[in-house]
Design a protein around this ligand. Sequence first.
Ligand code: UTP
Length: 286
Amino acid sequence: MVKKAIFPVGGLGTRFLPATKALPKEMLTIVDKPLIQYAVEEAAAAGIEEFIFVTGRNKSAIEDHFDHSFELEETLHAKGKDAALKTVRDMIYEPGTVFYVRQQEPAGLGHAVWCARHLINDEPVAVLLADDLIFGNSCMAEMVASYKSGNMVAVMDIPKSDTGSYGIVTPSADDGQLLVVSGLVEKPSPENAPSNIGVVGRYIIEPGVFSQLENQSRGAGNEVQLTDALARQIGKVPFHGFRFSGERFDCGSKIGFLQANITFAMSHEDLADHLKNWIENRFLAT
Ligand code: UTP
């Protein structure tokens, strides 16, 4: 039912300067894979068949990443490096299923999503923010399995002191996994936050959200906020929050990025023991 996904990758990544001056934030690497590839693989595991990237200037590395590299493939073939060749070939999707739309100015996440409107018909669409990295089961696959209609956002319980960094939902029902959402506000201060349940960068949105974004003025941070468009759809279509089973890392922040690298490395058989021993000897030995 949900067959298309939008990957907004037009942000400037200012929290990661200077790394992100010429390199897209979404190409930052967790162990051996860029963030954007994890997000694309998560979407593919959810049954997504069309991948729409909303890019900006300096983002061409993302297009190259998901395309053939003939010189590399020829060299790997000639040298008999079959495993490496398979790795680079397996990540090429069928021609005509990957789309790139340019967001000419980074006017916010809502604006980025709106830029993809002509590629979406009368259908729900997934939105994945690659800098929110999920360790564990595909979050989007879990959401698609439980999605029926309307809008859905992935949520997690966060410390009350952190509400200013998230969209925060007001739940009117909560069975532990699925929440009925009756309110949504972007980055409230802890005093004004309606709950400590924060939105994580995974959404399934229905077409009405694009109509909301069409005429929307800029909100928090002088950006067009997806949260505001979703909030305006409350009462018109069903709105659910979904508590996913995986562990989320905020790879748009340095600490989240480092924690993700260590966590993912510990799941690589060939790295785990080396890394653990090294950390113990280097930092924990007395
Ligand atoms: P962030 O809020 O993390 O912003 O965007 P950012 O610009 O990427 O990073 P900082 O805060 O300056 O360090 C959340 C997601 O929305 C996308 C980003 O690429 C990221 O995936 N985004 C944001 C856009 O595609 N366009 C925008 O105008 C803003």
